[in-house]
Design a protein around this ligand. Structure first.
Ligand code: FAD
Length: 532
């Protein structure tokens, strides 16, 4: 407690020395045109994230109205760095990280969210002719979608959940069932405005400052704060046929998933638009919170299908076909032609049909239900892994059928993607094979639940899963990675580490940005290189 107090005093001292101001803990304070807030509620919001695994309170919170505001803050933060003063700056999108990646304990959190109706960054601007939209970095994807739909257009590549910010997902990758076809969200960006760690506003793209452009995409916030992104659009389909089929045989399941993603180059009529899947281990039900598909009053029992394997593990393939109203007559035939080549349990086909926006926004409905039961703001020890195709069956044996036993405490997603749809020049790291899977263990801890739902139990299990992967040399890469030592980060980046490090020196030489990722330690008092 005393140490924490001391740290806060030192941090405030740094801010005061750097910007030459007096500070009252309850009053906002002015830094030129910049107004920093120390309001208790705002500090509290910036101290926690979706993971709820830890808490780290910033010294102040800043809500920028423009890229110039962000640049002003970064300049102030670096003006004294290296001489014993200066402070870290972390952009915070919607705070949906798991391990404090948007936190900073002794600096300023930049709340990038755009408050609709307030003076500040403008709403998304759609260019209909060129099919792109320019958006503020803190824009929520759901608001991007609402805006573009007014013009009959929509982004091509998504995340499963839309209450995430553009800058937050582009700092990771942004993936969902469309990634096999269009690549991750970072493969669907034309241009960025970035405030670098030197406080410069740089417009970058494939042509302009390409090094910065590629470094920032998947760059975990290390090289700059994204203030504008130009995102590719396509004509928006009107409806979606959403289909789930079940497998008891893992090999048949993955073979079909891999077959479906191999169709990426076919015309739209000869492939699905979205390919995901999930593992069904416990509760015996096909529904889960992430997207309840069937009526909760009439849940589908696994046992009623009469076709489980010995371990009681089932696999659900989830696919969709987008269509325009004008294609209503042909969609059934197209789906039938695709389904006939698949090897799922006969009579295990579940289909629903809904507007495109309702499909894309499906997880939000589940969120509202969980919130109403007080089950949303609980700890989430989530683990997201990229697993190479050649080892996915070892992963199934060791983890789904092994370590997890018969209880998962949350959805487990599994779906493959094509590596060539990812640009190797970006900062994101994926396994060394053309096809790799996302395995997402999206578990919630309930302290008053069974032992198998406790945070300790789930965290231990995550550790065992990572250890299993290491011992069996599976070659996984963490998605939304969380490490705390330099050697772990070096191992994560592999042969990209040297370049990553070089880009850091180039674009954020004082290492003040996104310190919550725990990759680099800011150069404030000493010449420390990285966190231990
Ligand atoms: P934050 O958590 O606030 O920030 C994440 C990192 O990015 C931090 O280091 C932060 O400093 C940095 N950052 C934030 N904004 C900027 C900016 N403008 N410029 C530079 N750096 C910035 N991910 C997927 O890919 N697919 C999914 O389907 C998916 N579903 C999810 C569902 C839920 C319910 C949740 C909680 C998360 C999901 N995610 C998914 C993960 C999500 O993409 C990451 O959490 C991501 O960080 C986005 O969250 P955010 O916008 O809240 O960013």
């Amino acid at each position: 407690m005393a140490t924490k107090l001391l740290l806060i005093v030192v941090a405030i001292y740094r801010l005061i020395v750097t910007v030459g101001l007096t500070l009252s803990p309850t009053e906002p304070f002015q830094l030129g045109a910049i107004r920093l807030s120390t309001n208790t509620a705002e500090l509290e919001e910036a101290s926690v994230d979706f993971g709820r695994l830890g808490r780290s309170e910033p010294v102040a919170v800043f809500r920028p109205s423009s890229a110039h505001d962000v640049a002003g803050l970064v300049k102030a933060a670096t003006s004294g760095a290296g001489a014993g003063v200066g402070f870290p700056v972390s952009a915070r999108g919607h705070g949906h990280s798991i391990n404090g990646q948007a936190h900073t304990g002794d600096g300023v959190v930049v709340e990038m969210g755009r408050r609709i109706g307030e003076n500040g960054p403008g709403a998304p601007k759609v260019n209909v002719e060129k099919e792109y939209v320019d958006v503020w970095g803190g824009e929520l994807w759901v608001d991007v979608l609402r805006r573009t739909l007014e013009y009959g257009l929509a982004p091509r590549s998504w995340t499963d959940y839309l209450y995430l910010t553009v800058g937050g997902t582009l700092s990771n990758a942004g993936i969902s069932g469309q990634a096999f076809n269009h690549g991750p969200q970072i493969s669907n960006v034309h241009e960025l405005d970035v405030v670098t760690g030197k406080g410069e506003i740089v417009t970058c793209s494939e042509e302009k400052s390409p090094e910065l452009f590629h470094a920032v995409l998947g760059g975990l916030g290390q090289f700059g704060i994204i203030t504008r992104a130009r995102i590719a659009l396509e004509p928006s389909p009107q409806r979606v046929r959403w289909i789930r089929v079940l497998y008891s045989n893992f090999t048949a399941f993955t073979k079909d998933q891999e077959y479906l993603i191999s169709l990426h180059d076919k015309p739209q009529s000869q492939k699905f638009d979205y390919v995901e899947g999930f593992v069904i281990v416990d509760e015996g039900l096909i529904n889960n919170w992430r997207s309840s598909f069937f009526s909760p009053s009439n849940p589908v029992k696994i046992s009623s299908l009469g076709s489980t394997n010995n371990e009681g593990v089932l696999y659900c393939l989830e696919i969709t076909k987008n269509y325009f109203d004008s294609q209503n007559h042909s969609v059934d035939q197209e789906i039938e032609a695709l389904l006939k080549d698949l090897d799922y349990i006969p009579a295990s086909t579940f289909t629903t049909d809904l507007p495109y926006i309702d499909f894309l926004d499906r997880v939000h409905k589940a969120e509202l239900k969980l919130r109403s039961k007080g089950l949303w703001e609980v700890p989430h020890p989530w683990l997201n892994l990229f697993v190479p195709k050649s080892r996915i069956s070892d992963f199934n044996e060791g983890v789904f059928k092994g370590i997890l036993g018969n209880k998962t405490s949350g959805p487990i997603l599994i779906y493959p993607m094509n590596k060539h749809k990812w640009d190797n020049r970006t900062s994101v790291v994926t396994p060394n094979e053309e096809v790799f899977y996302l395995v997402a263990l999206l578990r919630s801890a309930l302290e008053n639940g069974e032992e198998t739902q406790s945070l300790k139990y789930l965290t231990d299990q995550n550790r065992r899963i990572l250890k299993f992967c290491k011992d069996a040399n599976i070659g996984i890469k963490q998605y939304l990675p969380h490490y705390t030592t330099e050697s772990e980060w070096m191992n994560h980046f592999g042969d990209k580490w040297g370049h990553f490090n070089k880009m850091k020196t180039e674009f954020d030489p004082k290492r003040i940005l996104a310190t919550g990722q725990r990759i680099f330690k800011p150069i404030l008092d000493t010449n420390d290189v990285a966190l231990r």
